[in-house]
Design a protein around this ligand. Structure first.
Ligand SMILES: [Zn+2]
Length: 452
């Protein structure tokens, strides 16, 4: 079973689901106010791979990831551009999912929107006020962190030291610098909802605690996000649940951030921080490989160099698939079985994708060596195992083609022949046929590429 480092204890521990066979996962999603950048891409990929791996292990994953569609940044952009805030949020969300699709990130099973949960957030704030855990001031409602006895648990700091280090925002009217806003009082020109404690809009921390508990239930399995969210966002989500007497996430997981080599980038490639800039310059699969080449808790460098190396590595994966595409599909071997075990050992050890990839590339070399020695059956069996495991990491493409059944492979070959003879009507017909069987078809200079 998968073992993951827990942010609270600092220890790598087995993930034990609350309900047998199902993992409830909540991941803080995007605030939709602008184009997604490479940092967003990383968290999306990390949790995509986590989910793929759990599913590969036979578990069902209830993957909830929110869309923050009301926020200061959305309002600011709307004002700057003279548009309404709903339009900014809507258009940015379309951009977000387009980038996720391009990266092959599976859609979360549920994507709650903050504005659909306002009534539940109002109920939470009323309840906290009723319990004496929150107080109203001239500009909103705040949580009284002194009522949460282990506040600072995620940050590994006492409430006193947090208080000493906190910055006080001049426009906030609260009792302690670590208290945080649950409900922002109405301001002119801002979106507003009615509430018993005064009109206004919810704070960001209130959104995630409400939606995670509503959709996954108390004591859910795993809460994730980027390490920049540990404090104050996750600390504050948890504080509200505790103040309400509810059990929150059983396990916390945080990924490291992306470093873009700014200087080198700007000289050679120009600004390269949004996902769409990245896709203009490199295969989305190369970015996935760069991200997975580092342990999820380590920072990752996205540079021209690391993307080029990943592109070269991908060519080796694709050429392995092409080489063994006609190998017997029923072949199995002891070595292929060993490779699957090695892969699971690495992944079970705190989702060590870097270790898993190193093992797969070494097996890729062995499969080629078997092919060189004339053992197409042994080489094919190992190649198939390797490509299936790459697909578990979401690295598909030619790999997908080899995983396809003989019928689909035959359609792909016929389509490549049709395109070679410029019979585009037949090529279109064959494309539709392949798509009907559940594959995405892409044209590349090397021929038809398919993936699921
Ligand atoms: Zn959140």
């Amino acid at each position: 079973m998968l073992r993951l480092r827990d942010t609270v204890t600092g220890r790598v521990a087995e993930l034990q689901p609350r309900d047998a066979g199902v993992v409830g996962l909540y991941v803080c999603g995007p605030t939709v106010y602008g184009p997604p950048h490479v940092g967003h891409g990383r968290f999306a990929l990390v949790y995509d791979v986590l989910r793929r791996y759990l599913e590969f292990e036979g578990l069902r994953v209830d993957h909830v990831s929110n869309v923050t569609d009301i926020d200061d940044k959305i309002i600011e952009r709307a004002v700057t551009e003279g548009r309404n805030w709903q339009e900014v949020a809507h258009d940015s969300e379309i951009e977000w999912w387009a980038a996720m699709d391009k990266m092959g990130v599976a859609r979360p099973t549920t994507t709650p929107h903050a504005t659909d949960y306002i009534a539940e957030m109002i109920e939470l704030v009323s309840d906290l006020l009723g319990r004496g855990a929150a107080y109203a001031t001239g500009d909103g409602v705040y949580l009284d962190t002194s009522t949460v006895k282990d506040y600072g648990l995620l940050k590994h700091q006492s409430v006193e030291s947090l208080r000493a280090g906190a910055r006080v925002e001049v426009d906030e009217d609260k009792r302690s610098p670590v208290d945080f806003v649950l409900w922002k009082g109405a301001k002119p020109g801002e979106p507003v909802w009615d509430a018993p404690f005064g009109p206004g809009r919810p704070g960001w921390h209130t959104e995630c605690v409400v939606m995670s508990l509503a959709l996954l239930g108390e004591n859910f399995d795993l809460h994730g996000g980027g390490e920049d969210l540990i404090f104050p966002h996750h600390e504050n989500e948890r504080a509200q649940a505790v103040a309400r007497g509810k059990r929150f996430a059983r396990h916390w997981m945080h990924n490291g951030l992306v470093r873009v080599d700014g200087e080198k980038m700007s000289k050679s490639l120009g600004n390269f921080t949004t996902m769409s800039d990245l896709f203009d310059r490199s295969d989305a699969r190369a970015y996935r490989l760069v991200v997975l080449g580092s342990h999820y808790r380590q920072p990752v460098e996205v540079t021209e160099r690391t993307l080029e190396d990943a592109t070269t590595a991908l060519q080796r994966v694709d050429s392995l698939a092409r080489r063994f595409v006609d190998a017997p599909t029923d072949a199995t071997s002891e070595e292929a079985g060993e490779e699957r075990k090695r892969f699971r050992r690495a992944m079970d050890d705190d989702l060590d994708t870097a270790g898993a990839l190193a093992g797969l590339f070494s097996a890729l070399r062995r499969a080629n060596a078997l092919g060189d020695s004339g053992d197409l059956r042994g080489g094919g069996a190992l190649a198939r195992a390797v490509l299936d495991l790459f697909a578990v990491l979401g690295v598909e493409g030619e790999a997908g083609r080899m995983a396809a059944g003989a019928d689909v492979q035959e359609l792909v070959r016929r389509r490549d022949r049709a395109r070679a003879t410029r019979d585009f009507a037949a090529a279109d017909r064959l494309r539709a046929e392949i798509e009907q069987l559940g594959w995405v078809v892409e044209d590349t200079p090397g021929g038809t590429r398919i993936y699921r």
